[in-house]
Design a protein around this ligand. Structure first.
Ligand SMILES: Cc1cc2nc3c(=O)[nH]c(=O)nc-3n(C[C@H](O)[C@H](O)[C@H](O)COP(=O)(O)OP(=O)(O)OC[C@H]3O[C@@H](n4cnc5c(N)ncnc54)[C@H](O)[C@@H]3O)c2cc1C
Length: 437
């Protein structure tokens, strides 16, 4: 088979489809924008609590990053632990780290409760050091994480690394046994089915074009204009991540969309697959411009990276395949002759401070900013924000969520209108940082 420009994960699942004649209801308690992990997780929890929920998705269920990612269910946040503590103080940083661990439990629990067959497994993750000084830093990080967050990371010396990875280009590694893996397309399909089972309605090809405040029968709420017509909702929850657009301009200005790309090889001989990744870990390296990789359940090498600093399109996808193949062979010369079968890209979302954010903006609820750690955190934030929305509607108790209410910075000097003109420069900057740091 030649290489296809297509998301491999989608070949492993039948995505649920919204009903054939999608007539929007006149009103809903909550309109959820986006049918990815964030929106669907929120819709499931809200519907379970008795809310009338309409999920509005401009494309199809799981169309965004949620079906396209590496399926790495990771502990921690993108921001380093020392930075986390110095920015937020120990107490808040501890709650944030604890939330990152709870987010993996949350995925595990949903997968179990809903019986989602998505190859979820606590396979652990392995971070590998591209430079000696990155490795030296691992011991310090592990010490901080043990002391401050009561969580164990295991440092792996270079001479012991062959038990973890069949590559000799790295200076050592660090293992976290708590992280997990899954098949993201199967997981997002399962979440959609779970939301539907709980009573939420999902509308595909229903792009939200604009939102206006409008009261109905004395109740404050929103009029949403979509490509399928209008509806009124008491509350709006935005889960549009890297695809956030003009309908929510205040949020769009705070999010940098970044393209990430993935290739997969043909199915590898079992012995070779085991040599490349003996413990089947989720692996990523220590660079800013990082590679992340893993085996798929059927034994392909899936290799991803931020190969272009532009959101995906035909050209960036094709170019990325070659760049990533070269990267993969640097890591694993054993794969020089392996055929590539799939390449695809997707867009993820970074806030200017590389942190997840949730709360209310312009009166709408939102959760964004997962910075490549969204499989677990998006699921968790969807659930937590649903609990918050339900609590505020019924004057119930506010759930604990350390990411609500932290400062949410926009671009320096406000120089950003949602068109990321600076990304090529940012790309060059990151490459430069990798070279010097
Ligand atoms: C290539 C790639 C690899 C990744 N690898 C990993 C990984 O291994 N581990 C990890 O934890 N994270 C990873 N991520 C990040 C992770 O996939 C995301 O953080 C997560 O899927 C975000 O989920 P979401 O539901 O918030 O957004 P999305 O899944 O992107 O969904 C947003 C949805 O909103 C819809 N939408 C946008 N605007 C509108 C509108 N106006 N009206 C209606 N609908 C709208 C879009 O069509 C889209 O379907 C990766 C991302 C990419 C792209």
């Amino acid at each position: 088979m030649g290489m296809q420009e297509r998301n491999y994960w989608l070949t492993t699942v039948e995505m649920p489809r919204a009903e054939a004649s999608p007539l929007l209801p006149e009103n809903a308690d909550v309109a959820v924008i986006g049918a990815g992990f964030t929106g669907l997780s929120a819709a499931r929890t809200l519907a379970q609590r008795g809310a009338k929920v309409a999920v509005l998705e401009s494309e199809t269920i799981g169309w965004g990053a949620s079906s396209r990612n590496g399926g790495m269910v990771l502990t921690g946040m993108k921001l380093g632990v020392n930075q986390l503590i110095s920015l937020y103080g120990r107490e808040l940083a501890q709650r944030m780290y604890a939330a990152s661990l709870a987010s993996i439990d949350c995925v595990e629990q949903i997968v179990r409760e809903e019986g989602i067959e998505c190859d979820f497994s606590r396979s652990g993750h392995l971070e590998v050091a591209c430079k000696r000084k990155h490795f030296d830093d691992y011991a310090r990080q592990a010490e901080v994480v043990a002391r401050e967050f009561n969580h164990e990371l295991r440092v792996v010396e270079r001479q012991d690394l062959s038990a973890e990875i069949g590559s000799n280009i790295y200076f050592g590694g660090m293992v976290d046994e708590v992280s997990a893996r899954l098949n993201p397309a199967r997981y997002v399909a399962g979440l959609a089915n779970a939301a539907i089972k709980a009573g939420a309605e999902i509308f595909e090809h229903a792009r939200v074009e604009s939102l206006e405040r409008e009261s109905r029968h004395g109740e404050a709420g929103w009029k949403l204009t979509t490509s399928q017509g209008r509806l009124w909702a008491r509350d709006v929850f935005v889960g549009t991540s890297g695809y956030t657009g003009r309908a929510t301009p205040a949020l769009q200005k705070k999010i940098i969309p970044i393209g990430s790309f993935i290739i997969t090889t043909e199915i590898l001989p079992e012995k070779l697959a085991r040599e490349l990744s003996p413990r089947n870990r989720m692996i990523y390296d220590s660079k800013n411009y990082l590679y992340y990789y893993r085996l798929t359940p059927d034994g392909r090498m899936l290799f991803g990276g931020r190969a272009a600093f532009f959101p995906e399109n035909d050209q960036t996808v094709r170019r990325s395949a070659e760049i990533l193949r070269r990267g993969m062979i640097e890591v694993y010369p054993q794969l020089s002759d392996a055929k590539l079968e799939y390449v695809w890209g997707g867009t993820l979302d970074f806030a200017f401070d590389i942190m997840p954010h949730a709360g209310q903006i312009d009166g709408m609820y939102y959760a964004v900013g997962y910075a490549g750690h969204g499989v677990a955190m998006a699921t968790y934030q969807g659930q937590k924000m649903a609990e918050l929305i339900a609590a505020q509607a019924t004057a119930g108790e506010t759930p604990e969520n350390p990411f609500v209410g932290i400062p949410f910075p926009g671009a320096p000097l406000g120089l950003y209108n949602g068109t990321p003109w600076f990304l090529p420069f940012a790309g060059a900057w990151y490459k430069f940082l990798d070279w010097v740091s």
